[in-house]
Design a binder for this molecule. Structure first.
Ligand code: B1M
Length: 209
């Protein structure tokens, strides 16, 4: 079995040049693509954990996610060729009336790093659009972000739109600075994630449950 620890370490360090080179070498050496992918997603799980424990901050997480993205670009054609598909699809967006997207983008990067395909609808997304996109893409996850106390209330309408559309297998995950676990429960969301690191664990638990 190839030693993929240096690839994991390069992604964790945000060293994209090394990460891309090691990914290319692993592919060229005929390492099974699933093994390469696992070593890369493991790096993002580590990064997520460190971020949650306040051992690293947004910039470190961003550069790790960027290294992951570039190494993933090397792996993607090989994964497609091997028939390895993302674990699930997630629709992601910032709630209607809200233009903040830095936190949402971080969540998207972390989800992609965890082998979840992300359809990012951007900001100021009306509730019906989340439901339409979830239906169109057969998404098992819908992630909604809000940064304003005035817009977070609109998350209730997103949950309602998903339920009204009959998307019973689609789990709604909410997050953002003013959002709390209690609020998530109150509006009937399936789960709450406090930060981009825990959003990975929360998504994986939602997919299992
Ligand atoms: Co705005 N803004 N802003 N702003 N802004 C805040 C949020 C505010 C707290 C500033 C303040 O007053 N201290 C305040 C909100 C007050 C409130 O409602 N309680 C505020 C305000 C009032 C406004 C305007 C109304 C200002 C005005 O025009 N009068 C206006 C609203 C515009 C609109 O949306 N309609 C406005 C505009 C803007 C900018 C456009 C200038 C800019 C946004 C740029 C952009 O996003 N592209 C901006 C910014 C940058 C901020 C602050 C400074 C930073 C937000 C940020 O990106 N943080 C913010 C003050 C602050 O937070 N210190 C502020 C970094 C980011 C990584 O954290 O987004 O919290 P965050 O994401 C975290 C978690 O929350 C979580 O994970 C992320 C990583 O851990 N998370 C999720 C987020 N989404 C998640 C989804 C999940 C799970 C976890 O699952 C799906």
């Amino acid at each position: 079995m190839a030693d993929l620890a240096p690839l994991t370490a390069a992604i964790e360090a945000g060293d994209r040049t090394t990460a891309v080179r090691l990914a290319q070498e692993a592919v060229a050496a005929g390492t099974p693509p699933q093994e390469i992918l696992d070593s890369m997603t493991f790096a993002m799980q580590e990064i997520g954990g460190r971020f949650q424990r306040n051992e690293i901050w947004v910039p470190e997480m961003l550069i790790a996610a960027r290294a992951m993205k570039e190494a993933m670009a090397v792996l993607e054609p090989v994964l497609v060729g091997a028939g390895i598909k993302p674990e699930a699809t997630a629709i992601l967006g910032t709630v209607k009336g809200d233009l903040h997207d830095i936190g949402k983008n971080l969540v998207g990067m972390m989800w992609k790093g965890a082998n979840i395909e992300v359809v990012d609808l951007g900001t100021n997304v009306p509730p019906a659009r989340f439901a339409e996109a979830a239906k169109e893409h057969g998404a098992r996850l819908v992630g909604v972000s809000a940064l304003l106390t005035t817009t977070m209330v609109g998350m209730r309408d997103v949950v309602a739109a998903i339920r009204t559309a009959g998307l019973d297998d689609t789990k709604v995950i909410v997050g953002g600075a003013p959002v709390t676990e209690a609020f998530a429960r109150e509006i009937g969301a399936d789960a709450y994630a406090g930060d981009a690191g825990s959003a990975v664990e929360v998504a994986q638990a939602a997919l299992r449950g």
